[in-house]
Design a protein. Structure first.
Length: 170
């Protein structure tokens, strides 16, 4: 990210922090992206850029959640609401009730997103649960994707009104 910012400063000769459309093609070339028959250099660059931005936003959310709990609230308890035997919300964020859930029941990774789609009041996923998803995402392979139960869960997520609303906001 700092490299993109520095490149913006170089090509504009000032402290420019906005990645305007006018500068994207030049910066893509500066970083060595080249047009291919499938995709323009600027498209390749922007895809990578947005992936980095998304990753940083996720990290930022986790850090802010942690600081809020540990520093700002201290010992003040966050409200916990049980959703079912596997999930609950704490302070408005969904979390697993057992650290072994995804290992023992991989379909629960999909169930989490279905619960979020059905409960628009859920603000997001708690940092510890995000780490558990990352630790167990290797379980999502062809066998997992071919399982009819997982396919039904996925389709239920896609049909949920909150999913459609989130997609239209993107």
């Amino acid at each position: 990210m700092w490299q993109v910012r520095y490149a913006l400063h170089m090509i504009t000769d000032r402290a420019e922090d906005r990645l305007l459309f006018d500068h994207q093609r030049t910066i893509a070339e500066m970083f060595g992206f080249r047009d291919t028959p499938e995709r323009l250099a600027v498209e390749q660059f922007m895809k990578r850029y947005y992936r980095h931005v998304t990753a940083l936003a996720g990290l930022n959310d986790m850090l802010l959640q942690h600081f809020d709990e540990v520093i700002l609230r201290g010992k003040e308890a966050l409200e916990t609401v049980k959703l079912n035997e596997r999930f609950e919300t704490k302070g408005g964020y969904i979390q697993v009730r057992s650290r072994n859930l995804f290992r023992e029941r991989p379909a629960a990774m999909l169930e989490l997103f279905l619960l979020m789609a059905k409960h628009p009041e859920i603000e997001g996923v708690r940092a510890d649960t995000i780490r558990l998803i990352r630790d167990h995402r290797h379980q999502i392979d062809d066998h997992y994707r071919d399982d009819p139960r997982h396919q039904r869960l996925f389709m239920a997520i896609m049909r949920a009104p909150a999913t459609c609303r989130a997609s239209s906001d993107a």
